[in-house]
Design a protein. Structure first.
Length: 160
């Protein structure tokens, strides 16, 4: 593995762990319940931690694993951009934003239980950092990480 790629991938690994730590801190310590899209937006970070660790252990299939990580960050960019569009009113919420099942004949107790478990609307911005929603920040970061992964993949294609 190229030393330059190792440094870059270590940075992405550390950044992914930091991003997930911040997301869980905001959720569990600060008490901001994430919407379903927020939870989906964590997938590329979780997967990159696993895949980069696997890459360092196996020391094989570097270009393939880097390509998968690139695709995951592209996926993250698309989901985050869609989420920002919902927040701004450009797109309407999809079924992903409200996965709770609706039943007609609920008792008062069942209705209260369902209200406790109702997912947060994807339109609601419950936490901002520097005036930006976390979905907006994630869109920017995912674009940057996708670009960095292109550089990593190109490095694997060069002769040693």
């Amino acid at each position: 593995m190229f030393e330059n790629n190792r440094i870059i991938l270590n940075g992405i690994l550390a950044f992914s762990v930091l991003s997930l730590s911040i997301a869980y801190f905001i959720q569990h310590i600060l008490g901001h319940k994430p919407c379903n899209l927020c939870l989906i937006e964590r997938i590329p970070y979780i997967a990159s931690v696993i895949l980069i660790s696997l890459l360092f252990i196996l020391k094989r299939f570097e270009k393939i694993i880097a390509g998968i990580i690139f695709l995951l960050f592209i996926f993250g960019t698309i989901i985050s951009f869609y989420h920002v569009g919902i927040e701004q009113g450009f797109f309407s919420e999809s079924f992903v934003c409200n996965l709770s099942s609706s039943q007609d004949n609920l008792t008062a107790k069942q209705l209260l239980k369902q209200l406790e478990n109702t997912p947060v609307s994807c339109k609601e911005v419950t936490f901002r950092l520097l005036g930006l929603s976390l979905a907006t920040i994630n869109t920017i970061i995912s674009i940057i990480l996708s670009g960095i992964m292109i550089k990593v993949i190109k490095n694997y294609g060069q002769n040693k």
